[in-house]
Design a protein around this ligand. Structure first.
Ligand SMILES: Cc1ncc(COP(=O)(O)O)c(C=O)c1O
Ligand SMILES: [Zn+2]
Length: 419
């Protein structure tokens, strides 16, 4: 890395800047690189025998580390999904299965880079505000590294995510209030006690972890970009990271075409989609970013991971959607929930509601004729269904309760199955 640039006012800081946000306007910071120098290094690919996300070291803002990370981070599979795609006539649908990360969500990518940064600067207590996944991820990775994690979640966080945090030995504050209240408290507490704050968006290193998802998709597809990537969005950091990954590959000359990035939100938590639509409706091609506001909403959705009133990486996400020519798609909760078993039945991948939202969005994009049958489409499956059983339970039928006899199976009628 060679410095930072503010997403809002474009002011730059040098690489030794110690803060996390722009000292001029408070905007989020983008980490910058000397792409010309890196281009030479990666011209033939990344050429690293590691299979985890640290294989992309030339494009990561970290010191060289002699010891490998004790858990495998990233390096997740990209699966073709012909039967799921076939439901809508799509011939080139792929799922990026980030549920197989150590804590079962894509948040581990962000945590990996943020925690290595924490170690680089000598921190030993790491804190995060979270709807649940960033917390369980931080707790997991901190446990592996021998650091102490402090996690702030809204008291409504799903029990599986909370239990993960507690099992990994984190100090967990269940805040009486929303995710946004937890976020503000984590910020004040980190200032007060000198903790390294890994909170999403606010900490620029989280985006650098998430961007590795794009590098992996590029490699899995035989070193090319898809036509579009469909991204579940709350704070907007996953989306801004995915977009950055492709821009990096473009900047170092490894791709010559950028994909569209589609933003998916629940209708009940759609601050970023609303901001994109406002700008598009105004007919502005390239707005003055320092004047763009992502207005707060009162979020309420079954997809708890993407339930956000005030997106903490909203501006960067809005930029990603607009600059890439992607769609801003809002989906109702019923369609998000229905997408979970539909994906599971046709692919064998069990997604939490937020992670199934991209499939619900694709249904809508096909309905509106915005996706062609031959487009190469990648959905980011960002978290495991095991994280929110209570939510998903509403979308599946009850089991068939029977006496323990073959007769009872016959009486149930459920014994002849079509392939
Ligand atoms: C499973 C899952 N999907 C998607 C997201 C959205 O990421 P972001 O909040 O960066 O937009 C999250 C964030 O918590 C998540 O946990
Ligand atoms: Zn600024």
């Amino acid at each position: 890395m060679n410095g930072y640039r503010c997403f809002a006012c474009a002011e730059t800081q040098s690489a030794d800047f110690a803060g996390f946000v722009c000292p001029d306007c408070g905007g989020n910071l983008d980490i910058t690189y000397d792409y010309a120098a890196i281009a030479d290094e990666v011209a033939g690919g990344f050429g690293d025998e590691r299979t985890d996300l640290f294989r992309y070291a030339p494009l990561l803002p970290l010191k060289k580390s002699e010891s490998p990370f004790p858990l495998r981070l990233g390096g997740t599979p990209l699966y073709a999904a012909p039967r799921l795609g076939g439901l809508l006539g799509l011939r080139n649908l792929y799922l990026k299965d980030d549920t197989v990360n150590p804590s079962a969500s894509t948040k581990d990518r962000a945590g990996a880079v943020a925690l290595r940064r924490a170690i680089d600067i000598g921190a030993d207590v790491v804190a995060v505000a979270s709807t649940g996944n960033a917390g369980s991820s931080l707790a997991c990775l901190a446990a592996a590294l021998g650091l102490h994690a402090v996690v702030f979640v809204p008291e409504s966080a799903p029990i599986a995510k909370l239990t993960q945090c507690l099992s990994f030995g984190a100090t967990v504050f269940a805040v009486r209030g929303s995710y946004d209240d937890a976020f503000d408290l984590c910020l004040s507490a980190s200032d007060e006690f000198g903790w390294f704050n890994r909170s999403t968006g606010y900490n620029p290193f989280t985006r650098e972890g998430k961007k590795t998802c794009s590098y992996e998709i590029w490699e899995s597809l035989g070193r090319r970009a898809p036509d579009r990537i469909v991204v579940p969005t709350g704070d907007g950091n996953l989306l801004s990271g995915i977009w950055k990954g492709w821009r990096d590959l473009h900047a170092v000359g490894l791709i010559d075409r950028l994909p569209r990035i589609d933003c998916v939100q629940s209708e009940g938590s759609a601050a970023i989609c609303q901001a994109v639509r406002l700008i598009r409706d105004s007919g502005t091609e390239e707005p003055d970013w320092s004047g763009v506001a992502v207005d707060e909403v009162q979020a309420s959705t079954v997809a708890d991971s993407i339930s956000v009133d005030r997106p903490r990486d909203g501006l960067a996400a809005v930029k990603g959607v607009l600059q890439s020519g992607g769609e801003a798609v809002t989906v109702p909760d019923e369609e998000i929930l229905a997408a979970v078993p539909e994906m599971a039945r046709t692919t064998g991948i069990f997604a939490e509601p937020a992670a199934a939202a991209p499939w619900a969005a694709i249904r809508q994009l096909v309905r509106d004729e915005k996706i062609g049958a031959d487009e190469l489409v990648v959905c980011i499956v960002s978290g495991s269904g095991l994280k929110d059983i209570a939510g998903i339970r509403k979308a599946v039928a009850a089991p068939l309760l029977i006496d323990p006899s073959v007769e009872a199976i016959k009486e149930s009628g459920a014994f002849r199955f079509a392939r």
